[in-house]
Ligand binder design. Structure first.
Ligand SMILES: [Zn+2]
Ligand SMILES: [Zn+2]
Length: 313
């Protein structure tokens, strides 16, 4: 387990400017642990919230933030009295959720995700809102991939990874602990930190995000503990309010499009202003742009309205 320090040192040596910047960026990050239920915790650090499921059958990690944080994440897991990670599920391919994959994969974790997560990680992206994303190394790629979902039967629970079509990206999974009544939403749900990020370049759509949230509402009750992709723990009532926001904004933008308004004109209406978060990385006009782009894309429309995807083929 102690092989990460030399690896990190090596990557600093061979990729000095970028790696040094990265190290600086994460130098002050502490991993904060919050117990959600017996045998389930959430880790807050930098990047997407991490779910941990642990017990006599082993440790399951949901997402893994950034590579420079792996040792701190491992220390937090050990602090729970949990074994090293046996299974790692990625809720989607973004680097703030998969940045530790190579480290955990090399340490022996079996990485699992939706098919499109592996495809996108392996391909990288020449252009994205975050700059070029290089193809991920082999050890970072999910070894087990699924189309609709997968279930893990361990630690006295059934842990469902359920694919949601074309929401935040085209590879989103929601993780549901059946007995413990806990859900990890990935980036289909941000709580309090920003307006939604719909990654259109990775196959996300506003309609798909709304459909996913509505599906989770059907699977949950007032007692469910909800782990958002970013932000603090949430209740089903919080998620219901988020669903209502998404629905209201989508329907308003749709009616303005139907009335013949341009994107600029719709953005000027301030439809999402009341929901914007100070300092959030997605501002209201950007969010309206995502919704407009989704509603005027015939393929996104099809995915959103008809739910169960025929789009992968
Ligand atoms: Zn994220
Ligand atoms: Zn994301």
């Amino acid at each position: 387990m102690k092989r990460f320090a030399p690896l990190a040192a090596l990557s600093l040596a061979i990729a000095a400017p970028a790696a040094a910047q990265e190290a600086d960026r994460f130098a002050e990050v502490e991993i904060r642990v919050e117990q959600v239920a017996p045998g389930i915790a959430v880790l807050f650090g930098a990047g997407g919230n991490i779910g941990v499921s642990y017990g006599e059958d082993g440790t399951v990690l949901i997402d893994d933030q950034y590579a420079p944080l792996t040792e701190r994440i491992e220390a937090a897991i050990a602090g729970l009295g949990a074994a090293p990670v046996r299974f790692l599920i990625n809720t989607h391919w973004h680097g703030d959720h998969t940045g530790g994959n190579e480290n955990f994969g090399e340490a022996g974790a079996l990485i699992m995700a939706h098919d499109n997560v592996r495809t996108r990680l392996a391909a990288g992206l020449e252009e994205s809102p975050f700059g070029a994303i290089p193809p991920a190394p082999e050890a970072a790629l999910p070894v087990v991939t699924y189309h609709d979902g997968v279930k893990l039967h361990l630690n006295g629970d059934t842990v469902h990874a359920i694919h949601m079509h074309n929401g935040h990206t085209d590879g989103d999974s929601v993780i549901l602990w059946e007995n413990a009544n806990v859900v990890h939403m990935g980036d289909l749900y941000f709580k309090d930190v920003t307006l939604p990020f719909i990654d259109r370049g990775s196959g996300g759509s506003a309609q798909g995000m709304l459909a996913a949230v509505e599906r989770v509402l059907e699977m949950t009750d007032a007692e469910t503990r909800i782990i958002p992709g970013h932000g603090p723990m949430a209740t089903r009532a919080d998620l219901q309010a988020y669903r209502d926001m998404l629905h209201t904004v989508i329907e308003r933008v749709r009616s303005e499009i139907d009335a013949g308004k341009s994107l600029d004109e719709i953005q000027a209406l301030g439809i999402a202003d009341a929901y914007a978060v100070d300092g959030g990385f997605i501002d209201a006009p950007t969010f309206i742009g995502f919704v407009h782009d989704s509603l005027t894309d015939p393929e996104a429309m099809e995915h959103g309205h008809h739910g169960e995807g025929r789009h992968e083929h």
